[in-house]
Design a protein around this ligand. Structure first.
Ligand SMILES: C[S@@+](CC[C@H](N)C(=O)[O-])C[C@H]1O[C@@H](n2cnc3c(N)ncnc32)[C@H](O)[C@@H]1O
Length: 326
């Protein structure tokens, strides 16, 4: 009998993180109300994100794919590690390029971390079917829970954080997450992270809204409300919201919002919460921060990392950065 090469470990209180009332409540009480970033990625949300990556105007996935196609062999060599952890792995379609290069050098264990269990299963099955020298040990749960679990190990690790996922957080959440990653890695461990570099607002507005004849972004954003309705007995009505993203130059961040199209009140029974919205008010359904390269490298270096190498494309200004933990 062949040994199963995909295991999924629940690291975050099984489905408990979907019921994290305190975090959801605290975010909804902000001005404007906000939905926590991981909450958009139930099974349907993750599928809708995949649709977004296919939009002709959504460049980040395509550009990162190109960078990995060109440089995966060199990156795999410099990762120099048998265990590759990926935070927020999603479909792992781009990571596949890296894992192909890693497995030609050494047998590899891939540890994808994600809140969407379905994505861990389907990507794990596809990857192990393709690469004989790959084992997959998925961690189902939030980043912090997985990092806490990884702190118990003694062997060398490489942590990979792709898709400019770091930008999907507030500045405070971002600083805390980077500090957690630094605290998890040991001297010599590698940290590969991609970030989208800052660029003109008009260009970013076009990238983060649906082009004509498409609706992937709109459905992805509205699905946050459907998910809240399901988890917390909410009565959000989707036709009362207009989804739209805009770039804020002061914070170099694209913000996704749902704008109320009429005055109304929403009840979230299981949170014991009422949300009064006037026409034009908005609910924040996601950040996508853009980065200034020198500041980004300096911020990560301050946490005890040395930049080993960077790969930045000339046209779209999207970068992969490989750091070594000191
Ligand atoms: C923007 S998608 C990117 C997916 C993939 N890395 C890519 O580049 O295409 C973000 C992924 O991170 C996961 N995610 C978001 N927040 C998370 C959290 N706090 N803990 C674990 N996974 C998270 C989502 O489920 C989703 O698969």
């Amino acid at each position: 009998m062949t040994q199963r090469r995909v295991e999924i470990e629940s690291v975050d209180d099984d489905e408990g993180f979907w019921q994290d009332r305190d975090t959801v409540l605290a975010c909804l009480q902000e001005t404007p109300p906000r939905i926590p970033p991981w909450f958009g990625y139930d099974a349907l949300g993750s599928e809708l994100f995949e649709e977004i990556t296919e939009l002709p105007t959504y460049y980040p996935t395509r550009v990162e794919h190109g960078l990995l196609q060109r440089h995966a062999a060199e990156i795999a060599e410099r990762l120099d590690c048998e265990q590759v952890v990926e935070l927020g792995s999603g479909s792992a379609k781009k990571t596949r390029l890296l894992l192909a290069a890693c497995t030609t050098l050494r047998p590899t264990t891939y540890v994808p971390v994600d809140v969407t269990r379905e994505m861990l299963v389907t990507s794990g099955d596809a990857l192990t079917a393709e690469f004989a020298d790959l084992r997959v040990h998925g961690m189902w749960g939030r980043y912090e829970a997985a990092l806490a679990r990884l702190r118990e190990r003694t062997d060398q690790l490489a942590v990979v954080f792709l898709g400019s996922n770091l930008g999907n957080t507030t500045p405070d959440e971002r600083a805390a997450l980077l500090a957690e990653i630094a605290a998890t890695l040991k001297p010599g461990d590698r940290f590969l992270i991609s970030v989208d570099l800052d660029k003109p607002g008009a260009f970013l507005d076009a990238c983060y809204n649906d082009p004509l004849d498409a609706s992937a972004f709109a459905r992805f954003r509205l699905n946050h409300l459907t998910h809240l309705n399901q988890r917390f007995g909410g009565d959000f009505e989707l036709h009362c919201y207009y989804p739209r993203a805009h770039y804020d130059a002061a914070s170099a961040t694209v913000e996704g919002h749902l704008y109320a199209t009429e005055d109304h009140t929403v009840l979230l029974r299981e949170l014991g919460m009422k949300l009064d919205l006037r026409r034009g008010d908005s609910i924040n359904v996601g950040f996508s921060a853009k980065f200034h390269r020198p500041e980004f490298v300096a911020d990560v270096s301050t946490l005890g990392f040395t930049l080993d190498r960077q790969w930045i494309d000339a046209v779209w200004q999207y970068g992969l950065f490989l750091f070594v933990r000191q």
